[in-house]
Structure formats: structure tokens, C-alpha cells
Design a protein around this ligand. Structure first.
Ligand code: F6P
Length: 328
């Protein structure tokens, strides 16, 4: 293993996700294991521009493996989008003696890292952190598994009240551009229908399904809707639409929102974070740059950052079929 790098910086950027703290912990401790220094960069790229740094040792990351959010804080920096901002950030890193970066975030964060590398030749390795699971080159992003469990737990609770009142609940979950949360949590929570951004299933189909539900004796139903679904109606307009077609339905809306991003990470996310952090640091020490570390076929694998940014994750269409069969 080459030992030329003596100090690594780590930051979290973009939307936070459960497991980010566990990933920071892993990066810090892997650095310590290899006798190199680690610097925490606060508030993502904005903190890099402002020189908001702190040396982190193995004891700085005690008791955070179980914590949601990111203790380094996260931000979406407009200034880092400018060459002047990136130059300031680079000057600060050089002053601090930081020689490589681990960026924990989503594709926007990776785009920033890639640009930074292109301009200054600075080694960058990405760790995918977002609850949306929409990053190419990994079967799971950090926080996705926790978010699924959170959503299922909440929908289970909604089901209790839905069935007590014979109601139809429209539950909106996160996923601006990706339906992974809606599809998997929807099946896990026994949803009647699942609406996702990747597939325009049409309102007709939803109406048919609701009609069928009534006729087959269902007294309550849950429909899970991803934020970016293709109905062209927001969840409240959808409620009005359903009620105007089926006045007999008592419809309620529940928008789960940012609670999906919080909470203690699942065991899966903690283990994934630990594995990804080790691989990120050791890849830097092997002289690699511009890669994302991810999970493919349960093995930790590297994907070029450019591919991770440009590639598309596909939803598993078989899951749509399974959901159809389950809602008979
Ligand atoms: O990117 C993750 C995500 O959770 C999306 O699903 C959601 O639309 C978005 O973040 C919300 O971001 P913000 O925190 O800016 O409201």
C-alpha cells in the first residue's frame, strides 16, 4: 500500500441520511488504523470554503454509530459551484495539509468532487449517502434501508387507524425522481397501489383498483405515492379526484416528509457504512481517485464517479407485478 497520503479530509454533503455518522466513524478509524491523519470538514463544501475543519481521532467518533443525521452537518453550497469558491476551498485544504477527500453524499456532491479533481488534481473518493437509493453502482445507498424500515413502521400505524375507520389513506413518501422507497416500502407495508416516478400507471388504473377493492370486500386501503409520481396531481389533488369519483370513500392524506431521513440507522446501514468507509480510505491509500465505493452483489466494489453520476438505477419491475398480485 502506498503511504504517500498523510492526511484525508471527510465531509457530508446534500441531503443527510441515516448511516452517515457511521461512515464518518469508519473513515476516521480506518485512517487511524493506517497511521494517517483525518480532518472533519463541517457543512460540506461550504465548510471547505470557510476553512471549517477539525482534526478527528478514533475517540472523536465514539458513540455515533447509532446516531441519525451527520455530526459534521450537511449543506448544499452555491459558492462551491463557482471557480472562485472552489479555489478558496482548495487553498484551505492545502493550508491544512489535507491531500485527499472522502465525500459522503449523492450525485450532486459527487459532481462537485469530480470538478474539484479536474481543476486541482485532488484525489476524491465518494460514498453514496441518500435515502432515495438512486445512485448507479451500488445496490444500496446509505440510509435507504433505514428509511424503508421507518416508512413501513409508520404505515403499519396508519393502517391501524385506517382499518378502524374504514378509510382510504394516500401516503406520500420521499423520492423526487426515484420510486425505490415507495415500491419496496409499499410492498412491505401491504399497500393497495404504489405510484412511482419511473412508471406512468395512469389514474384509470388506480380508479379500477379502488373499485375492485370495494367489490372484493376491502374496508380500508393504503396507497403509497412517491413525491415525483407521474399522475400530474399532488397528493391533495389526488384525494379530491378520488373523492369526486368515489363519494363513498373517506379519504385521508399523510405526507411522511423529512421524518423519513431521520432516526437511528438500521444494522444493515451501520455495517454498510463501516465497509464503505474502510474501502474509501484504503482506495485512496492505493492511489485511486474519482471512484465511488458501493455494494454490488454483496461485495464492496468501485465504480468510476462519472458513471455513478450519469448512470441510471432501474426499479425492479418484477416488484410492480408482485405488488399487483398482492393487492388482489
Ligand atoms: O435527495 C433525498 C431527498 O430525500 C428527496 O427524496 C427529497 O425530495 C429531498 O431529499 C428533499 O430535500 P430537502 O431536504 O432539500 O427538502
Amino acid at each position: 500500500m502506498s503511504k504517500t497520503i498523510k492526511k484525508i479530509g471527510v465531509l457530508t454533503s446534500g441531503g443527510d441520511s441515516p448511516g452517515m455518522n457511521a461512515a464518518i466513524r469508519s473513515v476516521v478509524r480506518t485512517c487511524a488504523f493506517h497511521n494517517i491523519e483525518c480532518v472533519g470538514i463541517y457543512r460540506g463544501y461550504q465548510g471547505m470554503i470557510e476553512g471549517d475543519f477539525k482534526e478527528l481521532g478514533p475517540r472523536s467518533v465514539n458513540n455515533i454509530i447509532n446516531k441519525g443525521g451527520t455530526f459534521l452537518k450537511s449543506a448544499r453550497s452555491q459558492e462551491f459551484r463557482t471557480p472562485e469558491g472552489r479555489k478558496k476551498a482548495h487553498d484551505n485544504l492545502v493550508k491544512e495539509g489535507v491531500e485527499a477527500l472522502v465525500v459522503i453524499g449523492g450525485d450532486g456532491s459527487f459532481t462537485g468532487g469530480l470538478l474539484f479533481n479536474a481543476e486541482f488534481g485532488f484525489p476524491v473518493i465518494g460514498i453514496p449517502g441518500t435515502i432515495d437509493n438512486d445512485i448507479y453502482g451500488t445496490s444500496h445507498t446509505l440510509g435507504y434501508d433505514t428509511a424503508l424500515n421507518t416508512v413501513v413502521e409508520v404505515i403499519d400505524k396508519i393502517r391501524d387507524t385506517a382499518s378502524s375507520h374504514n378509510r382510504l389513506f394516500l401516503v406520500e413518501v420521499m423520492g423526487r425522481d426515484a420510486g425505490h422507497i415507495a415500491l419496496n416500502a409499499g410492498i412491505g407495508a401491504g399497500a393497495e397501489e404504489i405510484l412511482i416516478p419511473e412508471e406512468d400507471l395512469g389514474l384509470e388504473r388506480l380508479m379500477d383498483s379502488l373499485k375492485r377493492s370495494k367489490s372484493t370486500g376491502k374496508t380500508s386501503s393504503i396507497v403509497v405515492i412517491a413525491e415525483g409520481d407521474k399522475t400530474g396531481k399532488n397528493v391533495f389533488e389526488l384525494k379530491d379526484y378520488v373523492e369526486s369519483n368515489f363519494p363513498e370513500y373517506d379519504v385521508r392524506v399523510s405526507v411522511l416528509g423529512h421524518m423519513q431521513r431521520g432516526g437511528s440507522p438500521s444494522c444493515f446501514d451501520r455495517v454498510l457504512a463501516s465497509r464503505l468507509g474502510v474501502k474509501a480510505v484504503e482506495s485512496i491509500l492505493e492511489g485511486k481517485s474519482n471512484y465511488m465505493v458501493g455494494l454490488l452483489n454483496d461485495k464492496i466494489a468501485l465504480t468510476p464517479l462519472e458513471q455513478a453520476i450519469k448512470g441510471h438505477t432501474e426499479i425492479d419491475r418484477e416488484l410492480l407485478r408482485v405488488s399487483d398480485i398482492m393487492s388482489i
